[in-house]
Design a binder for this molecule. Structure first.
Ligand SMILES: [Zn+2]
Length: 183
């Protein structure tokens, strides 16, 4: 993938390696193809605006496959790996979501039965889920944001997620295959 930056930050191999190491966590068990939709990754030194969003962003994923990330937010996200805040996980989860066609909160799945599970939990129960997590994420507008925010929790606060939203945890773990669970 192409990794570029704005003029006010000089990208080094360190930045690129750091970014790649954090981003690979999401797909290390399920394959690089889940990032096929990504074209360019653009690093900004701090919060930034885009033509579409006229307010300060930590990260953004566009339908054109471009990802924008604030370096400051990347460092904040990585420096505490158990607080459920990680902009890399968030934006790369959006890219995973996009591979299946659009921002619908459902990643690319191979089996119809599993697609049905996701549709039932993420789309059909969306309002209920949104209510259940509103004390954690107040700004969830749609299923895609739900998937991205819950992915942050899945990787950074798995025990919390497993306890509070077991059906989400199981659904996500069947997809990401991150945790080997003892029965
Ligand atoms: Zn988002």
């Amino acid at each position: 993938k192409s990794i570029k930056s704005t003029q006010d930050i000089t990208l080094t191999k360190y930045h690129k390696t750091f970014l790649a190491c954090a981003a690979v966590r999401l797909i290390r068990k399920i394959g690089l193809r889940h990032y096929d939709y990504i074209n360019n990754i653009i690093i900004f030194p701090d919060k930034f605006e885009t033509e579409e969003f006229k307010f300060k962003l930590d990260g953004v994923t566009g339908e054109n496959g471009n990802l924008g990330l604030s370096w400051k937010a990347i460092i904040r996200g990585i420096s505490d790996s158990t607080d459920g805040d990680c902009v890399i996980t968030h934006e790369f989860a959006h890219a995973i979501d996009l591979l299946s066609g659009d921002f619908d909160g459902i990643p690319h799945l191979n089996c119809d039965k599993e697609i049905l599970h996701w549709e039932n939990i993420i789309i059909k129960d969306f309002q209920q889920l949104k209510n259940e997590v509103k004390h954690l994420f107040s700004n969830i507008e749609d299923e895609s944001e739900l998937f991205a925010y819950l992915s942050e929790y899945f990787f950074e606060k798995p025990n919390y997620l497993r306890e509070k939203l077991p059906s989400i945890f199981e659904l996500f773990n069947r997809f990401y295959q991150e945790y080997e669970l003892k029965q």
